[in-house]
Ligand binder design. Structure first.
Ligand code: 5GP
Ligand code: MN
Length: 312
């Protein structure tokens, strides 16, 4: 059931023990929004705990209260009277789903979020879930501390590619401006976020070497087999290096994480890649989406290239 942000705030005010989660393969918006909301809820006397069922990229570990994020263990239960799911539909929260039977409140900005048998506030024009959480703070009458502001700014910055992507709107920059007023240092956050390990940079070179072009150079893809991919810990940002090719509308990266387990990332300048990802069992935004293809790498490449060709 779709609800308003005001109704979401009322639901939160009525709860006391709140479990917060976000998607697996968490990005800056997932981590930033959960950490900000946890601090906001605690400041109005709620008990709040974040669980995320995945590892988190190192450059987000410096965010305030990061060390308090827990990963669910097999068979573990958590006593809560509300579970808040941020930045995703509830199919991407892994083992957190089994921690509690508490009612769910889902807050998200993905067009592919189809909701379910619970309350959903989805604002697809919001650049980031952090933009929504900033507005929620006003509804909850919470003061935005410098720590909360830092978490929210991180989500805005990462989901917009530092305010460059098409999802950047006036409200995004107004929110960022307000967060800077509350104590955020954009320079400090940018420097933290752009850090890469040596192996990641070496990985980027391997990825660029795998570049393939399709459909009159309208589509660019990088394909990383398991042996190559396992040498480095993250492929974040790789796809942006080929999205910029002047002829390219759709860029993709396929990473064979394990045999028969291929992760797909897509970016576009026009084509609706959320629709392509949705058809393949994933989701995302019009110009940034992804999915998992549980099949051999060469088969995944064929299916993905065909699906992109159909959409062109
Ligand atoms: P990325 O390529 O950065 O992993 O993901 C791009 C966007 O697509 C993000 O907003 C992410 O949440 C979404 N996305 C990526 N993979 C999946 C997936 O398997 N399922 C769904 N529903 N969304 C995905
Ligand atoms: Mn997001």
């Amino acid at each position: 059931m779709m609800i308003t942000l005001k109704e979401a705030a009322q639901k939160i005010k009525a709860a006391n023990k709140i479990l917060i989660t976000a998607h697996i393969q968490p990005d800056g918006d997932a981590i930033g929004s959960t950490l900000a909301l946890m601090q906001m809820l605690r400041s109005i006397g709620k008990s709040a705990q974040i669980f995320i069922d995945d590892t988190v990229r190192k450059n987000l570990h410096a965010l305030p209260h990061f060390e308090e994020i827990r990963r669910p263990e097999d068979g573990e239960k958590f006593d809560a009277d509300l579970m808040i799911v941020l930045d995703t539909s509830i199919d991407r929260i892994g083992g957190v789903r089994k921690l509690t039977d508490a009612p769910i409140l889902n807050i998200d900005h993905h067009v592919t979020n189809k909701g379910g048998d619970f309350e959903l506030y989805v604002e697809t024009s919001a650049a980031a879930t952090c933009e929504i959480i900033f507005k929620l703070a006003a509804e909850l009458e919470v003061e935005i501390t410098p720590e909360i502001a830092t978490c929210l700014y991180t989500g805005l910055a990462t989901d917009t590619g530092f305010f460059q992507f098409s999802n950047t709107r006036a409200e995004t920059l107004a929110t960022a401006s307000e967060l800077i007023r509350r104590g955020v240092s954009p320079h400090f956050i940018s420097e933290q976020l752009e850090q890469k390990s040596l192996s990641e940079v070496r990985g980027l070179s391997a990825a660029l070497n795998s570049l393939k072009m399709f459909y009159d150079e309208k589509v660019a893809g990088m394909i990383l087999d398991h042996d190559t991919a396992k040498k480095f810990d993250s492929t974040e940002g790789f796809i942006d290096e080929i999205r910029v090719i002047e002829t390219v509308d759709v860029a993709f990266l396929i990473t064979e994480k394990a045999p028969n387990f291929c992760r797909v990332s897509m970016r576009s300048k026009g084509v609706n890649v959320a629709q392509i990802a949705d058809k393949l069992g994933g989701g995302g935004h019009i110009r940034a989406a992804g999915c998992t293809l549980k099949m051999p790498l060469d088969e995944a490449e064929k299916i993905l290239v065909a699906a992109i060709g159909e959409a062109l």
